[in-house]
Ligand binder design. Structure first.
Ligand code: HEM
Length: 219
């Protein structure tokens, strides 16, 4: 039987339990990967591995956490990819991004369930996760790579940290936007629902779709 979440009046379901669990598995595994990855990257940061159980444990668990991260991102793709396609509205949104930066929301084309920045973030994480998986597997089991393809190892050594650095940039922007800039977004990812006013302010196109055409906010 499908579980229906009961929402307080005037609230809208933004993330189902399934979406929230997937997101937090991705977030938890990513933070572990970030900390252990930074420890392997620079001797100055090796203390991070020491507080996470030591170098050997970190080296053992990092690739497995990478698999969990990749699987959660792949599942996110299944959940969200169909809503993350770029539309003409996103092109107009990009053209007006200056207004967005200056907080002139009323001058922006109405964002749907995800605004253009969120879509870029999604695809950025998606492609980086693929790059990290492919290069990570080469680094994990280098002996499986035939000697004739040994240049793959050098490519992996260079591309793995580049992809990781790109995710760090995305991650910092994501934390800033999700936790500090869009008040209410964080609790959406915890409780699943947000006041209809949040949707009207940040995702007016979606608000029109789900609330505008019905007498009361979706329960
Ligand atoms: C502690 C770490 C993280 C925090 C606090 C966090 C926070 C959030 C919040 C608050 C939202 C809802 C935004 C909204 O509805 O407006 C969100 C959505 C999302 N998160 Fe995260 N997140 C974290 C890590 C990650 C990671 C590692 C990924 C990588 C896969 C990720 C991918 C996404 C995506 C694709 C969305 C939907 C689109 C978007 O809102 O940008 N998040 N996150």
């Amino acid at each position: 039987m499908k579980h229906e979440q009961v929402l307080p009046p005037g609230n809208v379901l933004r993330y189902t339990l399934n979406e929230r669990i997937t997101h937090w598995v991705a977030a938890g595994s990513y933070i572990y990967l970030l900390l252990t990855g930074l420890a392997f990257w620079s001797p100055w940061l090796f203390w991070l591995a020491m507080i996470l159980g030591g170098g050997q444990i970190s080296r053992l668990l990092h690739p497995w956490a990478g698999l969990i991260f990749f699987l959660s991102v792949a599942y996110m793709y299944k959940l969200w990819a169909s809503q993350m396609g770029m539309t003409p509205n996103d092109k107009a949104w990009m053209d007006s991004v200056g207004h967005y930066i200056r907080n002139e929301d009323s001058q922006m084309p109405p964002a749907g369930r995800y605004n253009t920045g969120q879509k870029f973030l999604f695809w950025g994480f998606f492609w980086c996760a693929i790059a990290l998986l492919l290069t990570g597997v080469v680094l994990w089991v280098p002996n499986w790579i035939p000697w004739s393809l040994r240049s793959l190892r050098y490519i992996a050594v260079i591309l793995h940290p580049i992809a990781a650095l790109l995710t760090i940039a995305l991650f910092l922007i994501h934390i800033y936007m999700g936790v500090f800039a869009e008040r209410g977004a964080f609790s959406a990812m915890i409780r699943g629902y947000v006041p209809a006013a949040f949707i009207r302010r940040f995702h007016p196109g979606w608000y029109e779709e789900i609330v505008g055409n019905s007498p009361s906010p979706r329960k």
